[in-house]
Write a protein that binds this ligand. Structure first.
Ligand SMILES: [Zn+2]
Length: 361
């Protein structure tokens, strides 16, 4: 039984491990394994992604407007719709298949240019997988035919480490954190009348990690990446969505913080990163990273303006994830309740699981 519980927990970990950033700003808790109010068999036949179809059609009925990041960036921010969803898809290798379906659903229900697809093409951790790189390019070409907004999903830290070898390159998280905390201070300004909205990293004692040099090189590296992207895809990259990298430096100086620095934002290498401080002033972050229950029950989402982070793979596997979660919960509850009864026993039915989701603004 212990092995079964561990395997279920491992299953959940694997299902949720490819996250892209901050924890979710969620909603009212509830749970479901079927989308509410949709004929799933028909939708499955046509699009093969019933939870996303149901989410979009439900929110549309509720009066939501759907934009890509280009439209959001150039919009008059004082006149944003009351109910707005700016759709962001982070596309890793596992998301490509579902992303094709998501694009079809958006075309069918919403029309053109309603979502930005941030594709993880040529990330240094995957560069050697030529087959995967071709899959990314094939997908980008497919979106190009539909004139969809396609931009890079990048890890600034991994790109930097691919092109440069700083003195701290081989240090672990603990060592890096110790140096960083001793030498630097992260300041976030949200005052547009002063230096601008974004991050400044102040040197408290000494620039031991040579962050000045790192930032200068980072701008060059981003420009090199942009140039390669443009050559490979025929599209000009203009903004990014940061990837949640597992590089040690990313646990100390996160990609989102790096790309929120005013010095980088003023460099001309990119217009913005979707995690930038100024964007959070207009859009609440609604992420599927923790596989929230509103995927199955969209009416839980409170009226507002959102940046929706949607990983197609997560929505394609939502029912399976919930089943594993419920089974793990039932098995764990059983193990706690009857510790002597752990051998050769499988619960007949999985208990209904109502995960508690915290509302954050
Ligand atoms: Zn990612």
């Amino acid at each position: 039984m212990f092995e079964r519980i561990m395997s279920l927990i491992t299953g959940i970990f694997l299902l949720t491990s490819l996250s892209c950033g901050k924890s979710a700003d969620a909603t009212v808790p509830a749970d479901t394994s079927k989308p509410k109010g949709t004929d799933t068999s028909t939708v499955n036949e046509k699009f093969g992604m019933p939870f996303y179809y149901n989410f979009i059609s439900t929110m549309k009925k509720q009066g939501y407007v759907f934009w890509d990041f280009e439209k959001f960036y150039y919009a008059d921010k004082s006149k944003l719709p009351q109910k707005l969803i700016v759709i962001r898809h982070d596309i890793h290798g596992r998301d490509i298949e579902g992303a094709v379906k998501a694009n079809e659903i958006e075309k069918n229900l919403l029309g053109k240019r309603v979502a930005t697809y941030f594709v993880q093409w040529n990330d240094p951790t995957e560069m050697s997988d030529l087959y995967l790189q071709q899959q990314y390019l094939d997908f980008i070409n497919l979106l190009k035919k539909d004139t969809v907004d396609v931009q890079p999903h990048i890890s600034a830290n991994d790109l930097y480490l691919y092109y440069d070898a700083p003195s701290w390159k081989d240090k672990d998280v603990t060592a890096l954190k110790s140096i960083f905390d001793e030498c630097y201070e992260i300041n976030v300004s949200n005052d547009s009348s002063a230096s601008g909205i974004g991050t400044t990293i102040k040197v408290k004692t000494k620039d031991s990690m040579n962050l000045k040099g790192m930032n200068e090189r980072m701008i060059e590296v981003l420009k090199i990446y942009n140039s390669k992207w443009e050559t490979a895809t025929g599209l000009k990259p203009r903004y990014y969505a940061s990837h949640g990298s597992h590089a040690a430096i990313n646990y100390v100086l996160n990609n989102q913080v790096i790309l929120d620095q005013l010095s980088l934002l003023h460099s001309g290498a990119y217009l913005f990163d979707t995690y930038n401080t100024w964007i959070a002033n207009y859009l609440t972050y609604l992420s599927d990273n923790s596989i929230p229950s509103w995927i199955g029950n969209p009416s839980e989402v409170k009226p507002g303006r959102y940046q929706l982070l949607m990983h197609p793979w997560v929505w394609d596997n939502y029912a399976r994830t919930m089943a594993i979660r419920q089974a793990a919960s039932a098995a764990a509850a059983h193990a706690v309740a009857k510790p002597t009864d752990l051998v050769n026993h499988t619960p007949k039915t999985a208990a209904v699981n109502k995960p508690k989701v915290q509302l954050k603004k």
